[in-house]
Design a protein around this ligand. Structure first.
Ligand code: GLU
Length: 417
């Protein structure tokens, strides 16, 4: 039986195995088992009906060994400290794999944003920003969007921080609107990165993009964008899923049409195409070559791992596969491209945004996309090198790559005091 799922324990398990594979002594990596700083805040918000409601929020800084903490803020009813701690650690590993000069952080508010009016959402965001203000900063900790947060919310965070400083500080957050210092290409970056990884993977296995069948769960900023870009690049999207369920069409879904439909606040279950409505488990079990889980954690678990027919899984979401499921997939010979590599396109372009802000310049979209591709291809091959070197999975390869970079940086910096 699968134990009650705890993402932080999931992270510790993988960290331990990878560190052992690298032959590290416990003392060399033990600091990575503990977040450097955890902040829990109470956020009072005046609701539209005049009542006062208190929300709970978090910001965790896992590591600043390789640079300032970096990572998104999620608004979700199930957000909790253990989840945010795991997500912060994954950011440290992701930034190390992507080889960008950051450590990892993450934040969240326990709230279902769909239950709030726009005004309430803005007041919640601004008060949360004020609460975490003492520990964030362009050289300290730089938030970004994550599940259920977007450019508009980043704009409010940037404005709130700037009001406290007395001048505009665009580099306090990334993923902001382009008009106030956001980077071109940031909105699509995570989805684009998923496609770059898919291209590299196929190239590596001497396979063609054209006709490769893909299933995607999660139609948000990661899955929705990846599915559309991949459709336009020649992949055949045969199944998709969102919170309302799944949709299968073996002849291929027109992702431009479906994306247009979903952009009007519609759900997959209401889409009328040539395919059929199904459950998300049907999407996980569908006949396809690449499965892309791009929603929340714990999607591929002991209950459904054995039903996966895909040859490859590319983790668009953070932590979508449980440890137990990972074991089952490995036995089935399924290759998993882990989250800390597969979805690192977002934070990579966040880094480009921060660099542009600090230099006071703006890159063209082409410059951003070219630099992203170069970074991701390098990361993919670095990870593959570690995995092949020890004849192990890409997940272990990615963790070994990340841990060795962080541990090396730690050694070079030396131990304080
Ligand atoms: N939330 C995204 C992630 O999990 C992006 C983080 C960032 O851009 O800082 O990678």
């Amino acid at each position: 039986m699968e134990k009650t799922y705890n993402p932080y324990e999931n992270m510790l398990h993988v960290l331990e195995s990878a560190a052992k594979m690298l032959g590290l002594e416990e003392e060399e990596y033990v600091v990575l088992k503990y977040p450097e700083r955890e902040l829990r805040v109470a956020i009072p918000v005046k609701m539209d009906d005049g009542s006062l409601k208190i929300f709970e929020g978090y910001r965790v800084q896992h590591s600043c060994i390789r640079g300032p903490s970096k990572g998104g803020i999620r608004f979700h009813q199930d957000a909790n400290m253990d989840e945010v701690k795991a997500l912060a650690a994954w950011m440290s590993f992701k930034c190390a794999v992507a080889d960008i000069p950051y450590g990892g952080g993450k934040g969240g508010i326990k709230v279902d944003p769909r239950t709030l009016s726009k005004g309430e959402l803005e007041r919640l965001t601004r008060r949360f920003t004020a609460r975490i203000l003492p520990i964030i900063g362009p050289e300290q900790d730089i938030p970004a969007p994550d599940v259920n947060t977007n450019a508009e919310i980043m704009g409010w965070m940037m404005d709130t921080y700037s009001m406290f400083q007395g001048y505009a500080v665009p580099e306090i957050v990334t993923g902001k609107p382009v008009e106030i210092g956001g980077s071109l290409g940031r909105g699509e970056a995570t989805g684009r990165g998923v496609m770059i990884v898919a291209n590299e993977l196929l190239k590596n296995h001497n396979k063609k993009v054209e006709g490769t069948r893909v299933a995607v769960i999660g139609m948000g900023n990661v899955g929705g964008v990846a599915a559309r870009l991949m459709h336009n690049a020649g992949y055949k999207i045969v199944a998709v899923g969102d919170i309302s369920g799944g949709y299968i069409d073996e002849n291929g879904i027109d992702m431009n049409e479906l994306s247009e439909f979903l952009s009007k606040k519609n759900l997959v279950k209401d889409y009328k195409g040539n395919g059929r409505f199904c459950t998300t488990d049907d999407v996980i079990a569908c006949d396809c070559d690449i499965l892309i889980p791009a929603a929340l954690e714990n999607q591929i678990n002991i209950r459904n791992a054995d039903t996966v027919k895909a040859s490859y899984i590319i983790e668009g979401a953070n932590g979508p596969t449980t440890v137990e499921a990972d074991g089952i997939l490995e036995k089935k010979g399924i290759i998993v491209v882990p989250d800390i590599l597969a979805n690192s396109g977002g934070v990579t372009v966040s880094y480009f945004e921060w660099v542009q802000n600090r230099q006071g310049i703006a890159w063209t979209e082409e410059e951003v996309n070219t630099a992203l591709e170069k970074k991701m291809v390098k990361a993919f091959n670095d990870v593959l090198g570690f995995a092949e070197g020890k004849n192990t999975s890409m997940r272990m390869g990615a963790y070994m790559c990340a841990i060795s970079r962080i541990v090396t940086a730690h050694k070079i910096r030396g131990f304080f005091p």
